[in-house]
Design a protein around this ligand. Structure first.
Ligand SMILES: [Zn+2]
Length: 486
């Protein structure tokens, strides 16, 4: 009899591929899944009874800003509590490395609370993550906005010069060589908005050589979204990189219903090049407070303000009424600040999630005082609300969009399936009760129905609290590519 470390017995396996649930025992040994066998066929001194539960691969949160949260909050409760075992960091053009300056400006503070968590090179940053022994894995993109700040300092309102583009390209090349998995851009944001299509495509050139991917928070998710999609597809083609469009949405009331334009455009483009996108399961978005976003939102909630105390969680309309001024003036008064914007159509969100190119990413912002509930709720909400209650897609397909499909698109070798030889990243949950409990009013709350979560064979979450396992890794592009070939 093989000596397994743990056997999970009597569960229904959702293996991540979309295949129908099947009854099986799952055996773990070291950091791997050692066997998947008929119920009762696998034995260990250490068994977990999963009767009535689903045994799924650990979820992959493909859209996060958890770069330094992995260091500051190594139990990663906001993610482990959802069954998440890998977070893809560095999205939207902002990453904690490589960062050559010592001053962490306002924009970087979105993902960084402590200056010592940035690094001049990616290898140094990855070492900091590993030293923190996080409970779950991280994979890391390099932000084009961060590269711009390195090469251009504060002078960001223009296209980069040829020498600056070369410096950014060299920094990206070095970071990819050291194990970053790709580059993200955030042309929507002030730090990158002046960048031309040519600039981004030229900076992104090393992606082809290393097999890196390109993720894009597009220049426009509202009136000019189709043009922004064309630009994104062009950058990916010119860089020779696979594309992930971030948090796909049609933003603002005047754009409600336009998924009937964007989704067929994705379907067509997917025939020509490798394109996918991520979606979060909410009709509100969240980012920094910007007065040009106020008009298109039906409601704006403040998530934090560095300047005025007591703003977190409040409706900007009430704040403005209290101050006796317009919403724009109130926003100016409390800056710098963050906000939640109600700006999407429920039907659009559902259509996006159900598209063949869609996977799930939370876009949660880990350090907000009053975060968007997606930070704690995304994955159980997809399982409980959208799959079980609304029947948007079967449970097996929901799991696939959060596991194997995500692992394939981000080239996370041997993750995202319940299969012998794969890493023992697993989530055991109750399909009858799993649901998010985090709300816009009370956003910091662990989900219900998540039983036990393993990452690399160690227990990251169990019975409503961190499980003590701290076996997460900084996933390295080169190591993953080598393992894929072996
Ligand atoms: Zn974004």
């Amino acid at each position: 009899m093989a000596a397994y470390d743990i056997v999970i017995r009597n569960g229904q396996v959702a293996d991540g591929t979309g295949k129908k649930l099947f009854a099986a025992d799952v055996a773990l040994k070291g950091d791997r899944i050692a066997a998947v066998g008929a119920p009762g066929s696998l034995k260990s001194e250490n068994e977990i009874d999963a009767t009535g539960k689903v045994v799924a691969p650990g979820f992959i949160d493909v859209h996060t800003h958890d770069d330094t949260a992995l260091i500051d909050n190594p139990t990663m409760a906001m993610k482990a509590s959802q069954g998440v075992t890998t977070v893809v960091c560095g999205n939207c053009g902002v990453s904690a490395a490589p960062y050559l300056n010592t001053d962490v400006g306002h924009w970087m503070s979105l993902i960084i609370k402590k200056k010592e968590n940035v690094s001049k090179d990616f290898a140094g940053f990855a070492a900091k993550v590993e030293a923190a022994r996080p409970a779950i894995n991280g994979a890391f993109l390099i932000g084009h906005g961060t590269l711009r700040m390195n090469a251009m300092g504060d002078d960001l309102g223009r296209v980069a010069t040829a020498p600056e583009i070369k410096q950014m390209r060299d920094l990206l090349d070095q970071s990819l060589e050291q194990g970053a998995i790709g580059m993200s851009s955030g042309l929507f944001y002030a730090v990158s908005n002046a960048a031309s299509t040519d600039e981004v495509a030229e900076v992104a050139a090393p992606l082809a050589k290393w097999g890196g991917i390109y993720t894009a928070h597009m220049r426009d998710e509202g009136d000019h979204i189709l043009k922004a999609m064309d630009e994104t597809f062009e950058i990916g083609r010119r860089a020779g990189a696979e594309i992930i469009v971030s948090h796909h949405k049609c933003s603002g009331r005047s754009n409600f219903g336009r998924m009937v334009e964007t989704l067929p455009k994705f379907t067509d483009a997917m025939k020509q090049q490798q394109i996918a996108f991520d979606v979060y399961p909410y009709i509100a978005g969240s980012t920094i407070l910007r007065s040009d976003m106020l008009e298109r939102a039906d409601k704006v909630l403040i998530t934090w303000s560095d300047k005025v105390a007591g703003m977190s969680g409040r409706d900007l309309k009430d704040i403005a009424a209290e101050m006796g001024c317009s919403m724009k003036e109130a926003a100016d008064h409390i800056q710098p600040a963050g906000a939640i914007y109600f700006m999407m159509d429920e039907k659009d969100v559902q259509a996006a999630m159900a598209h063949p190119g869609a996977m799930i990413g939370s876009d949660g912002i880990p350090f907000d005082a009053h975060p968007h509930p997606r930070l704690w709720g995304t994955f159980p909400r997809v399982l409980g609300h959208y799959s079980r209650d609304l029947k948007l897609f079967p449970l097996e397909d929901a799991v696939r969009r959060m596991t194997s499909y995500s692992a394939q698109r981000f080239h996370l070798t041997k993750r995202g399936e319940v299969k012998p030889g794969f890493y023992a990243d697993l989530c055991i949950f109750d399909p009858a009760t799993v649901i998010d409990t985090a709300t816009f009013e009370k956003p910091i709350a662990p989900a219900k129905g998540i039983d036990t979560v393993f990452c690399n064979g160690a227990i990251a979450w169990r019975d409503g609290k961190p499980g003590g396992g701290r076996a997460g890794r900084a996933l390295n592009r080169q190591a993953m590519q080598d393992e894929a070939k072996a």
